[in-house]
Design a protein around this ligand. Structure first.
Ligand code: FAD
Length: 516
């Protein structure tokens, strides 16, 4: 039986993989995880997609188990500030688009324009976030009935199977280091062997497959399947097996980041339950509220500003609270390994691929990869079909997200300096120019977005196009011939419902005080 797995790397990817495998296979799988005591994890990665709840559910963990231990908070949306013009913002929320008479509500919005805020008119979440509310009541009940968490048909579905059935209304923010620690305890308790040591060498057999990894103090470690979770280094996949890395840099030029962890009195500040992405002169700054601090960082392109300038900008943006915070400068490798599974090695996490964290997709990539690897776990015969299915699925997800992120820049109205003007003339991923043309005539739908599963439904594209404001969008001509009253009623129903929810939901901070 093929069941001996060696994971190299103990960042988010390594521990998510170890704990998920244990939850999936129990004692029938033998896992050793080696992580360096000297090379640190990347130390960022604190905002997620709403699908992440399936990960915790799969592990059998409740929010009250893990959230307080990881200083976690809820994330209801990404809030984009200043991408269109200074002072403008909009939300890309976790809330499925309603439709009226077969047309998405956003289409009706283009025709009726009840206000100048499509996000507030079409989604309940925008006002709930503006008011700093928790999506759960103090007794733990979820804000509204469409999100039936207990629905049995939703249990045990993979992320792609789940997509489109419902939209869970929130994701999480958490401290990356605390999550890795929490998951390591979970995995070790269930039998994962944990070795703290440096991998110095990777031994290959005569076929070029990995036969062992050589550590500094623990000798050679052998397994059947090796998982490369060594981050941007790609020690096994890219270095030992020489799998090439395909860069996305021509579409997405941001290649660096500087991150700060800023302690703050969150009771005074309050928690805005979203990740904020604020456009800057050469990129954007993320702001992630946790229960005891804010995580923040500037994602930028070195072709436009230096690391020192980026650090200055970030510190000014945060203000005096950042004075003592230590800067973590990171060089980002943007793109994907040509194949993430090569011979008996699978790269998961940054070794497999990464795009800038504008839509918080890094941990989603990891979760997706783990699910796919469980579905395609190899047998004794190493049937190459499993490997090929896996590689195809991982590539589709990353290529789809590459395209979605490119849409943000290509359609952002902001064009006030060279960096932002260049975002309008960069090469587009294959097929995107044609899709953008189609979206000018008809808002994105399942027929016209990137055609393979990549985690982003058509409504996400609608939000970005409507919010970024750089291309002209028109309502379907058919709406002029349709009765407008049902759509007007829907806008009014959302307004009334939102008003009520803002009234009765607790402040996000108060909710977490109770949870902790
Ligand atoms: P790392 O965290 O780098 O871990 C590598 C591990 O390999 C470490 O344990 C290290 O000790 C070990 N290692 C390395 N070399 C050796 C060796 N020789 N021997 C033994 N062990 C070794 N994702 C999101 O979902 N949301 C976000 O908001 C987000 N923000 C991000 C912001 C930035 C600036 C960056 C760069 C990434 C962000 N990501 C985000 C991505 C996210 O951080 C990663 O996907 C996640 O942390 C996984 O990293 P990793 O485990 O692959 O690598």
């Amino acid at each position: 039986m093929l069941n001996k797995v060696v994971i190299v790397g103990g960042g988010t990817a390594g521990w998510m993989t170890a704990s998920y495998f244990k939850a999936a296979f129990g004692d029938r799988i033998d896992i050793t995880l080696v992580e360096s005591g000297t090379v640190g994890a990347v130390g960022v990665g604190e905002a997620t997609f709403s699908d992440i709840r399936h990960f915790f559910e799969f592990l059998g963990l409740k929010e009250s188990d893990w959230m307080p231990a990881c200083n976690a908070t809820y994330k209801l949306a990404v809030r984009f500030e200043n991408w269109r013009e200074p002072g403008h913002y909009f939300y890309h929320p976790f809330e499925q688009m309603r439709s009226v008479n077969g047309f998405p509500l956003t289409d009706w919005w283009l025709q009726q324009r009840p206000s100048d805020r499509f996000d507030k008119d079409c989604f309940a979440m925008a006002s709930i976030i503006d008011a700093g509310r928790s999506p759960r009541h103090l007794n733990g009940a979820l804000l509204d009935t469409p999100y039936d968490e207990s629905a049995e048909e939703m249990q045990g579905l993979t992320m792609s199977e789940h997509q489109g059935r419902t939209q869970f209304p929130y994701a999480y923010h958490f401290e990356a280091a605390l999550l890795a620690k929490y998951l390591s305890a979970y995995a070790v308790e269930r039998g994962v062997r944990h070795i703290v040591d440096d991998v110095r060498d990777v031994e290959l057999d005569e076929r070029g497959w990995i036969s062992s990894v050589r550590t500094a103090e623990h000798g050679d470690i052998t397994g059947d399947l090796y998982i490369d979770c060594t981050g941007f280094r790609g020690l096994l996949l890219n270095k030992a097996l020489e799998e090439p890395f395909l860069s996305f840099q021509e579409n997405l030029p941001n290649d660096s980041a500087i991150a700060l962890q800023v302690p703050m009195d969150m009771e005074r500040r309050g928690i805005l339950p979203c990740t904020t992405a604020t456009a800057q002169d050469a990129g954007w700054i993320w702001t992630i509220p946790l229960t005891g601090r804010v995580g923040t960082g500037y994602v930028y392109a070195r072709d436009y500003i230096s690391p020192d300038e980026a650090e200055r900008t970030l510190r000014e943006f945060v203000g005096p609270a950042a004075a003592d915070a230590e800067a973590n400068h990171i060089r980002m490798r943007i793109g994907r390994s040509r194949n993430s599974w090569v011979k008996n090695c699978v790269g998961i996490g940054l070794s497999s691929g990464f795009v800038e964290p504008l839509e918080s997709t890094g941990i989603f990539f990891i979760h997706h990869a783990i699910e796919q690897l469980v579905n395609n776990f190899p047998g004794e015969d190493w049937n190459p079909a499993h490997r090929d299915l896996y590689n195809q699925s991982v590539a589709h997800v990353m290529e789809g997200v590459r395209e979605f992120l490119t849409v943000h820049y290509a359609t952002a109205k902001r064009a006030d300096n060279q960096y932002w003007r260049d975002t309008k003339t960069r090469p587009l991923p294959e097929g995107l120019a044609e899709r953008l043309e189609k979206w000018k005539t008809q808002l994105p739908n399942t027929e016209t977005v990137y055609p393979y599963y990549h985690g982003l439904p058509p409504y996400s594209y609608m939000c970005v196009l409507l919010g970024m404001g750089g291309i002209e969008l028109n309502p379907s001509p058919a709406l002029a011939l349709s009765d407008p009253r049902a759509a007007a009623r829907e806008f009014e129903a959302i307004r009334q419902k939102t008003e009520k929810l803002v009234d009765v939901l607790p402040a996000a901070y108060d909710y977490f005080t109770r949870l902790g």
